[in-house]
Design a protein around this ligand. Structure first.
Ligand SMILES: NC(=O)c1ccc[n+]([C@@H]2O[C@H](COP(=O)([O-])OP(=O)(O)OC[C@H]3O[C@@H](n4cnc5c(N)ncnc54)[C@H](OP(=O)(O)O)[C@@H]3O)[C@@H](O)[C@H]2O)c1
Length: 235
């Protein structure tokens, strides 16, 4: 039996990933920073839930303790993420980017990934087939953001793409440090969720495809890679 924790799984891509992994036979923990939203999501899916705010050391430590007491963890999906937007919904571009806005995005998208991975490492190391999926973005690809005449090139934000480039580097360094684990970064594609005020062009079913696939890689599967549903991506 495979036990899987997905951070920020009370809605969006995390929720759809949870739905698919429950269907695939995983015991799934819905990580949620709101206990009631997590409970409702878990109830709908026949999953478990754990209170987990990726920006908060105490909540992450308590979540790791709870999951450990229930038997441990095989798969960690670092999915929780935020984007920096103006109150009117516009992405914060270079002219308006501030250290505070940057720090707030990094607190969730980057430090959150490190905080959660660090807390769950002892559990993953006890698994026979440990897997980590870091939900990155195509916007984290330096190659893509510098390829003219593409939607990725046209994206004006600073904090969000920078945070996802950091997630890619975290993925590579952890994959080298823990060769017994399968650790990959994935790009779901532009998907209609609350993150982008439902402007995304894909459904959550399409977006979750690569997350679900990489959550199920076996010990012979790839590690230290960066993938979308079509295959490897340029860094
Ligand atoms: N949608 C896209 O087009 C797209 C493309 C590429 C990558 N991604 C990535 O996919 C991941 C999921 O995003 P989504 O599109 O599904 O967005 P979403 O619907 O807004 O879901 C984001 C999830 O993260 C949770 N979250 C935010 N901050 C958190 C924190 N501090 N602690 C715990 N949970 C927290 C949210 O919880 P609340 O409900 O409490 O806010 C929510 O459950 C993100 O990493 C995002 O960067 C999305």
């Amino acid at each position: 039996m495979t036990t899987t924790l997905i951070t920020g799984a009370n809605k969006g891509l995390g929720f759809e990933t949870a739905r698919r992994l429950v269907a695939a036979g995983h015991t799934v923990y819905i990580g949620s920073r709101d206990a009631e939203r997590g409970r409702r999501a878990a109830e709908r899916l026949g999953a478990r839930t754990v209170f987990l705010d990726v920006t908060d050391d105490a909540s992450v430590a308590a979540a790791a303790k709870a999951v450990e007491a229930d038997g441990g963890l095989d798969v960690l999906v670092n999915n929780a993420g935020v984007e920096a937007r103006e109150p009117d919904g516009r992405v914060i571009g270079a002219a308006e980017a501030t250290a505070d806005a940057m720090r707030s995005v990094f607190e969730t998208n980057v430090f959150g990934v490190v905080r959660v991975t660090h807390a769950f490492l002892p559990l993953l190391r006890r698994s026979a087939a440990p897997v980590v999926v870091n939900v990155s973005s195509g916007l984290g690809s330096l190659t893509r953001v510098t390829t003219p005449d593409t939607p990725t090139y046209a994206y004006p934000g600073v904090a969000y793409p920078t945070s996802k480039t950091a997630v890619n580097m975290i993925t590579v360094q952890y994959a080298k440090a823990f060769p017994q684990m399968r650790i990959n970064a994935v790009e779901p594609g532009y998907t209609a969720t609350d993150l982008n005020r439902h402007t995304g062009t894909q459904t959550v079913e399409e977006g979750a495809e690569i997350i679900v696939r990489m959550a199920q890689v076996g010990p012979d599967g790839p590690t230290g890679g960066y993938f979308d549903a079509e295959g490897p991506l340029p860094w």
